[in-house]
Structures are given as structure tokens and as C-alpha cells.
Design a protein around this ligand. Structure first.
Ligand code: CA
Length: 232
């Protein structure tokens, strides 16, 4: 596993790198936002530790740029204590976790392990499936760059499916994860919402998998349809 540490405080940078190396990681180091951005943009890191307060370029903009460019590695941000707004901005920019300074090195190591375990997850606040883009920060949906107006139920349904692209999601699961207890839990209503959603999106990305549920498939990725069960 190869990590990048972006921290302008040289002592702290060294302490981090030393601890991470002792824990068995390969570590690259950067001391300002420009250098950090360049390395994260060009090298295949398994995770990044990114300070928010950096010279030349702040950590939030570095992170936003990586995410815009499709860099999906897990990023743990370091924030100043009591700067809650840094945490909010960092998460909105695509951070996976944060640790506030001063910290215990053990916490950094534990959080990194967790991030590396979850590395298959979604790194960006923007979810994309074929021509459909869902901005989880703004709660906006675009198809081929054009904004689509959805009701809150339609949005939640699409957001759930887009968080699980390539996996069959059952109607029961949708009901379970999307609606509060007072909602009409008749699974036929899910079908109605799916129908409306398909119509509004105008693109064929939601497949019905008979008897199982729905599958959001990226047409560009050629997700094979689930194989019918062998009969004999
Ligand atoms: Ca700093």
C-alpha cells in the first residue's frame, strides 16, 4: 500500500511519514498544496492524508480538483481543532474521513486501515452513471449536462440506486432504505416511482430484473445482465 502525506508542518509531516512507514506503508511526502495536488493527480496512491491549511493551495481545493478529475483514492483530511467548517467543506469536497489536530497517531492509523478496507466505496460527492450525474452536495441531477427536476422521493430513489450501481436492489430494500415508517410501504408504489423516474431521466439505465428488483447499469461499462439460472 502506498500513501501520500500532504502537510506543511515539517515536524508533523515527518512524524506521520515515520509512523506510517513503521506500520508497513510506502509513503510519499508533500509540503504544499501544489506539490500535493500534482502527486495525487499523477501517482496511484491507495490513500492520502491531506492537511486543509496548506501554502500555495488549500487542501479543500486540492481535494475538489482530484475528485473532478476522477481520482477516487480515500482521503483523510487533517483539520484544525474547532474548525467545524473545515470538516464540512472537506466532506463536501470528497473527503472520506477527518482527524482534528492535535491527534494521536494511533487514531490516524486506525482510520486509515478502515479507509483502505472500504476503498471500493464511492469517493466523490458526485455520482455518475452513464449520462446521469447526481450531485449529492446540491441534491441535483443532470442528464447529459441538463438539469432534471425530481420530487424528493424520486431523488432519494435515484440516489440510492446510484450508490449501488451494478448491484441488484430489491423493492423491499428500497422501501426499507428510502421511506419512513409512515410511508405507504406497498412495494407497488416503488414500481410507480421507478416508472416516473425512467420517464424523467429519458435514458435506459434502470433495468428491471424480474423477480429480484432493479439494477442500475452504466451503459458505458457494459454490465452484463444477470445470467438466467441454469435449468438443469
Ligand atoms: Ca497546515
Amino acid at each position: 500500500m502506498r500513501l501520500l502525506v500532504v502537510e506543511d508542518d515539517r515536524d508533523l509531516n515527518r512524524q506521520l511519514a515515520t509512523a506510517l512507514e513503521q506500520a508497513g506503508y510506502a509513503v510519499d511526502r508533500a509540503y504544499d498544496g501544489e506539490e500535493g495536488h500534482f502527486l495525487g493527480d499523477t501517482e496511484p496512491y491507495d490513500a492520502v492524508i491531506l492537511d486543509i491549511g496548506l501554502p500555495l493551495r488549500d487542501g479543500v481545493s486540492v481535494l475538489e480538483e482530484w475528485r473532478k478529475a476522477g481520482r477516487r483514492m480515500p482521503v483523510l483530511i487533517l483539520t484544525a481543532r474547532d474548525r467545524w467548517s473545515d470538516k464540512v467543506k472537506g466532506f463536501d469536497a470528497g473527503a472520506d474521513d477527518y482527524v482534528a489536530k492535535p491527534f494521536h497517531m494511533e487514531e490516524i492509523l486506525a482510520r486509515l486501515r478502515a479507509l483502505l478496507r472500504r476503498a471500493a466505496g464511492h469517493a466523490s460527492a458526485d455520482l455518475v452513471c452513464g449520462p446521469v450525474r447526481l450531485d449529492t452536495r446540491a441534491g441535483r441531477v443532470m442528464v447529459d449536462g441538463a438539469p432534471i427536476k425530481l420530487t424528493s422521493h424520486e431523488y432519494r430513489l435515484l440516489a440510492y440506486l446510484m450508490h449501488h450501481v451494478g448491484r441488484i436492489v430489491s423493492r423491499a430494500e428500497i422501501v426499507e432504505h428510502l421511506y419512513d415508517q409512515d410511508f405507504d410501504r406497498d412495494s407497488n408504489t416503488v414500481e410507480v416511482f421507478v416508472g416516473r423516474l425512467r420517464k424523467k431521466l429519458g435514458v435506459e439505465i434502470i433495468q428491471t430484473v424480474r423477480g429480484l428488483g432493479y439494477l442500475l447499469a452504466d451503459p458505458a461499462k457494459e454490465t452484463p445482465p444477470p445470467a438466467p439460472r441454469a435449468g438443469r
